[in-house]
Design a protein. Sequence first.
Length: 491
Amino acid sequence: MLSKDLCVIFFCSLGLVANALDTLVGNLLPEEDEGKIADLEYVREKLNAFRSQEGQVLPTPPIWRDDDERNMTLPSWMDTSELSEDTEKVQFRSAKDPEGSQGKNITGDIILTPQQVDHLYARSKRQASRRPREMRWPTDREGFVPYYFDASIAEDVKRKIGEAIEFWEQNTCVRFKENGEGRPKLRFYKGAGCFSNVGKITTGKEQDLSIGKRCEHFGIIAHEIAHALGFYHEQSRYDRDQFLDLNLRNVERPMVANFRKESPATNDNYGLPYDYGSDMHYSDEGFAINKHIPVIMAKDHLHQHTMGQRIGPSFLDVLAMNTRYECHDRCSSPTAAVCFNGGYPNPNNCKECICPWSFEGDCLTRDQGLNGTSSCGVDLRAETHWATLEAKVGDGKVKERHDHCHWLIFAEEGKRVEIRIESIGGPFSHACFWNNVEFKMKADVRNSGYRMCGDGQEEEKVLVSETNLAVVSAYARTSQDFKISYRSLTI
């Protein structure tokens, strides 16, 4: 494994990486640890070997057509199945430059070790199928993920990491143990961005997970921990073309590999629907050259700003994690809770339910929400005449976690709920990161709803529910106000 004080964040632009390594190795001071130099030399040689393999040189990209962008596949040797593929920039970090040679925040999280270079090099000659079970951490009664905090992690960031760990422990059967025995140990440190390996690596004493500057947010930390537990990005699903269009002309050529699509042989979605609101989904402008032009376009255009949310892991994210680690087996008793709306017994307490967002209890009851220190939201009845709902969540002060309020709007059985959006206040932010209003209009309330924020383009939009229930939720790290009209509709 690459030493703690020097790591390479890998992106599939191998020429760029190899050339940068040439420069970095040449500039290392004589007193730098010889082992670090040897590791870098080894990685550089392997990357150069990639470039020189006959028939394995990246071609000059063609002029992209829409169909090309949707169906593009990359050379098989670029398959980074055991690595995450978020990286926006190639960066290096050493003891002399702890924040990275560029010192910029990145959203990527590929860490390339000498062992992983060997893995990639072997794959270029012999394609081995991915073995997801080997990437799992143990979850038997004695199993846990051992971890520790590097000295670079401040006390406040330790607390935030602890909150994300606690979330995964409270909602799954996965356990973590600080300074626990076993290898590899998950090492939380402050690197030049947010990044992690995908799944448990099978070599080395440590496994790095960086929580760098501007990464210290619950949803981002939970995202990186999910990578370490074996999760890829939602938009990498093999079935993503049914839900997305890609504008790769707005992505710099070396970054196109970030949009590699998995195959059915390597991608198990556990039978769960595509989730635009997954904590593991890119925002629409990820890797964009021009941030005003989306790279990812939702085929259901009302989900355009649902993508990239970092409030926290979605209900389907948690369900997938519990399925991956076979946590449901712990609640096979007939005395386990009966949960509705797609909820299921919590593997930590089988008499309680894990519910879709906006619900609690047996998953038929509205989540009481949190607005400052008070509960909020209400159940409403839709009649044939228009009624108005006007609300505000948050007090304008920046909070670490989102306040959230929920409104369940019911029509008579056999009727639908029609909602007309009058206004959604507040400034716009990509992925509606700070504040947003969510509308769940589908029959499957497990999935994320349409998420919108103050860009002024949602006014007068009309939404119709698929059943007699519509769910309206507001999330705010500062404040979010909105006004809608609603009524029952006969279909």
